[in-house]
Ligand binder design. Structure first.
Ligand code: SAM
Ligand code: F3S
Length: 470
């Protein structure tokens, strides 16, 4: 702790949205623990500092923010010393409007300024204690100071065998429907050595799997010490040499950034999982053009074909937007046909949500919501069927599983994940945690699989890490 703490309670953080936000929330928590000794609590009532990390990708997610803030204002009325902070993409987009709609908010920070939180909280406390300031305002910093954020965040702390590592921020693609380039700024990559250092620290603490994160993670272009630029392929080749790291994931990718060298990684890097999340949004070239995705369906299919040539068992997932302005019934049928052809696993699909300030917000949209809902329902039926068929197809197969923790349902069972990110519960000792084991899948349930341990190839060499959460 770097100063005497003004707080006696804990820290409560609620996170909406993507994995980047989850990653950022973890960083906020460790930063505030280091600065003020604030420990995470599970109930907002027990907290002195309550933070909301927000998402504005769809209107619904954004509206949740304001209803939750309404509840928090009531708690603050009971305990006025509490600090309320709002971060993430809604904060970035709305800025001081948040304070106008929710006057109990003390601090408003963006995805690129979360490392300044302690200074902002200190300032909020100073303003609150200064009687000469009659009209108290929120402390706001939603600027984009590029990569400064990563230089000012604490070293990673591990709470499991799998860790997320943010390698780039922002997006420069400007799809016509999306707010991300405006809320998170343009694409900025972390320097190569910084990323490697973070992963080496994680590996030394027992991490076996890393998930490289970015809004367009395959657009990574990190500067190396010698001034050369490393792309995602170069980075993954380097990450696989780190002792202890035996599984690599990356998410989320843009189809146009799936270069041949990244595709080749599926043939060259056994640690890279046979899973690819590659959003296409629509199966219609006309809609893709209106979305400004800058590629055609055929190019996307060709990428998938190349990856599947190297990894025939590839599990593919995607994102789909239904009811984009101008999408006709025929366009939708093309999306359905694409999904049927490529066979997706556990994908995300949503009705188009108009986002203020984006080009698509000005596009004429005559399709009734009822029709859009019917289309979404039809698409999700097909996607769910495909996911179920993949789970059922895994029954009887032997899967390489990274054991993560004790099972939630039984003390004699452990739980881990397959390459395609399915949770598997099976009988096994806690000493297996942190190891890759082979499990025969025996049963497929709605959200997980059950299995039987068949081999523990690492048992002789592996020392089980100690986890506080056990
Ligand atoms: N990099 C990824 C790509 O290549 O598309 C996308 C990252 S984006 C933050 C995550 C997903 O949010 C998108 O793939 C899209 O499906 C969804 N999304 C973004 N804006 C949306 C909107 N206005 N309405 C509905 N869904 C939206
Ligand atoms: Fe959004 Fe398109 Fe970038 S969906 S995050 S603008 S690739």
């Amino acid at each position: 702790m770097s100063q005497t703490t003004p707080f006696t309670g804990g820290l409560y953080v609620i996170t909406y949205g993507c994995q980047m936000n989850e990653y950022d929330s973890d960083k906020m928590a460790s930063l505030l623990e280091k600065t003020y000794g604030l420990k995470l609590v599970t109930e907002p009532e027990e907290a002195d500092v309550v933070l909301m990390n927000t998402c504005s990708v769809r209107e619904k997610a954004q509206e949740k923010v304001f209803s939750e803030l309404g509840r928090w204002s009531k708690w603050k009325a009971k305990k006025p010393n509490r600090i309320i902070g709002v971060g993430g993409c809604v904060a970035s987009q709305e800025g001081k409007v948040i304070r106008q709609r929710a006057p109990s908010v003390d601090v408003i920070f963006g995805p690129q300024t979360l490392h300044r939180l302690p200074a902002m909280i200190d300032e909020a406390l100073r303003v609150r204690g200064d009687d000469s300031i009659k009209k108290k305002k929120a402390v706001i910093d939603i600027s984009f100071p590029e990569i400064e954020k990563f230089d000012n965040l604490p070293e990673p702390e591990v709470n499991g065998v799998s860790a997320m590592v943010s390698i780039m921020e922002g997006c420069s693609k400007y799809c016509t429907f999306c707010v991300v380039p405006y809320t998170r700024g343009e694409e900025v990559s972390r320097p190569f050595e910084d990323v490697m250092h973070e992963i080496e620290v994680l590996a030394s603490q027992g991490v076996r799997e890393v998930n490289l994160l970015g809004q367009n993670v395959n657009a990574y272009r990190g500067e190396m010490a010698d001034g050369e630029i490393a792309d995602l392929a170069v980075l993954m080749h380097a990450v696989r040499t780190i002792d202890g790291i035996d599984r690599i994931r990356f998410t989320t990718s843009h189809p146009n950034e799936m270069t041949q060298s990244i595709i080749d990684c599926y043939g060259e890097i056994p640690e890279l999982v046979s899973h690819l999340h590659l959003p296409i949004q629509s199966g219609s070239d006309k809609v893709l053009a209106m979305m400004k995705r800058n590629h055609m369906v055929l190019e996307y299919k060709s990428t998938i074909r190349k990856v599947r040539a190297l990894r025939p068992n590839l599990s593919l997932s995607g994102d789909f937007i239904i009811g984009f302005p101008g999408e006709t019934c025929d366009d939708f049928k093309e999306t359905l046909a694409l999904v049927e052809e490529l066979n997706y696993d556990r994908s995300f699909s949503f009705i188009y949500s108009e986002r203020p300030g984006t080009p698509a917000a000005g596009f004429p949209d005559d399709e009734p919501m009822e029709k859009k809902k019917r289309r979404l329902f039809m698409l999700q039926e097909v996607l769910n069927k495909q996911t179920l068929a993949i789970s059922e197809g895994m029954i009887g197969t032997i899967q390489r599983v990274l054991v993560e923790r004790l099972s939630r349902n039984s003390f004699t069972e452990v739980a881990g994940r397959t390459e395609n990110n399915r949770v598997v519960n099976f009988e096994g000792s806690p000493e297996l945690i942190g190891q890759f084991v082979d499990v025969e899948i025996t049963e497929g349930l709605t959200n997980s699989l059950r299995g039987k341990l068949v081999a523990t190839p690492e048992s002789d060499t592996h020392v089980a890490p100690q986890y506080h959460s056990l």
